[in-house]
Design a protein around this ligand. Structure first.
Ligand SMILES: NC(=O)c1ccc[n+]([C@@H]2O[C@H](COP(=O)([O-])OP(=O)(O)OC[C@H]3O[C@@H](n4cnc5c(N)ncnc54)[C@H](OP(=O)(O)O)[C@@H]3O)[C@@H](O)[C@H]2O)c1
Ligand SMILES: *[C@@H]1O[C@H](CO)[C@@H](O)[C@H](O)[C@H]1NC(C)=O
Ligand SMILES: *[C@@H]1O[C@H](CO)[C@@H](O)[C@H](O)[C@H]1NC(C)=O
Ligand SMILES: *[C@@H]1O[C@H](CO)[C@@H](O)[C@H](O)[C@H]1NC(C)=O
Length: 336
């Protein structure tokens, strides 16, 4: 009896935590879960970190166990196969495909309109899926594998994305790292409106005017690099505060019995943005999704708003001379 009761109670807790991730409505009518696991391994001190055999696979499995419904990946991360293995295993164990939301992205080397569908098919093969829930143009900037620029107009790339959706290979389509004018150009051409914009959003880069543009357009925003420069080992020396030991952040976290990373994610959720925290650690993966059972006060949001220093963690200066470079051309010109 007691064992049974414990079991039932544990099941109840499981359901409660699984149900605790809200969704947002996309303009195409579909629901998108309000937080996603990031799967980009990032840059270490020695440059790009190469994927080891199964670390992302483990992270994705832990995430699904912890209640994540949404996984953010990309062809360029070179780990779609690991995401695919984890998802396949979870589906074999009883998770329903339609309860998961998988996002991946078109890389810069496949911007020609007729290259989009074949590129998505390559991603789907690695992911071992028939469709993705969301396919994004990773950057408006085209570049061949030999590093010479591809000047294909991203409007044509978008036509390829619409074909991918019409074929049912992507249920929803969107863009990443596009600016307002670039999204406007898609619309001026009479094309489908992107359902999602994925851009950098964190305490140092809150982008209020871009967010209000997206709200007006009904475009849902996914926020990447949600921790910004919070962790000293990742922060460049010139990166503005806060770090994770900031007293104002610690005070807010203690009030709710939460951690500083959880407060940073909660703030992004309250901006109406889907945060994409990445971690390879089980305890952090579990911690990062526990942000839907508390809310910040207006005073606390004001404290967090004041950290917006228009500082971009991922400016991709290497593409500065590409005609479709999307961002301000110097860090200090960022006025958004
Ligand atoms: N569209 C784009 O162009 C684009 C660009 C960048 C990123 N993204 C997406 O956004 C995701 C997130 O961005 P990101 O990977 O740049 O950075 P991030 O999620 O802001 O930060 C990741 C770092 O934070 C650490 N971390 C995570 N949770 C923590 C916690 N609770 N406590 C302490 N440390 C914690 C991780 O370490 P451990 O892993 O060691 O735990 C890792 O070093 C990416 O993975 C990717 O999916 C998209
Ligand atoms: C990551 O490191 C590579 C190699 O050092 C560099 O070319 C690239 O710009 C870096 N990317 C980011 C987002 O910092
Ligand atoms: C780079 O690759 C593209 C596409 O395959 C090709 O058109 C271009 O000529 C190549 N450029 C160089 C410098 O090799
Ligand atoms: C505070 O949070 C921790 C970690 O989630 C939890 O184990 C603990 O029970 C919480 N304490 C209170 C007083 O709620």
């Amino acid at each position: 009896m007691i064992i049974n009761f414990v079991l039932v109670f544990q099941l109840f807790l499981l359901c409660a935590s699984a149900e605790s991730v809200p969704t947002l409505k996309l303009l195409d009518g579909r629901d998108i879960p309000a937080i996603a696991l990031g799967t980009w391994l990032g840059n270490g001190t020695q440059g790009r970190i190469e994927a080891a055999s199964n670390e992302v696979e483990l992270a994705v499995s832990w995430a699904i166990d912890a209640g994540y419904k949404h996984i953010d990946t990309a062809f360029a991360y070179k780990i779609e196969d690991q995401v695919g293995r984890a998802v396949t295993k979870k589906i074999q164990e009883g998770t329903k495909r339609e309860d998961l939301f998988i996002t991946t992205k078109l890389w810069n080397d496949a911007h020609a309109q007729d290259a989009v569908v074949p590129a998505l098919r390559r991603s789907l093969e690695k992911l071992n899926l028939d469709y993705v829930d969301l396919y994004l143009i990773h950057w408006p900037v085209g570049q061949f594998n030999n590093l010479s620029y591809d000047f294909t107009d991203y409007v044509d790339t978008w036509r390829g994305m619409m074909q991918a959706k019409a074929l049912g290979l992507a249920k929803s389509i969107g863009v990443s790292n596009f600016n307002e004018q670039q999204i406007d150009r898609l619309l001026e051409n009479g094309l489908e409106k992107p359902a999602v914009l994925q851009v950098e959003i964190n305490l140092n880069l809150q982008q209020p005017s871009l967010l209000s543009y997206c709200r007006r357009q009904g475009i849902v925003v996914m926020g990447y690099t949600p921790f910004g420069s919070l962790f000293p080992q990742k922060a460049l020396p010139e990166a503005p505060p806060p770090r994770v030991d900031d007293p104002a952040l610690i005070a807010i976290a203690q009030k709710y019995n939460k951690t500083v990373p959880q407060v940073a994610l909660r703030y992004i959720v309250e901006l109406g943005v889907i945060p994409i925290p990445k971690s390879l650690h089980k305890d952090r993966i579990e911690q990062n999704i526990q942000v839907f059972d508390f809310s910040l006060t207006q005073e606390e949001r004001d404290v967090l708003k004041a950290f917006d220093k228009h500082y971009r963690t991922i400016p991709q200066w290497k593409w500065l001379d590409h005609p479709y470079y999307p961002f301000e051309k110097r860090q200090k010109d960022l006025v958004n």
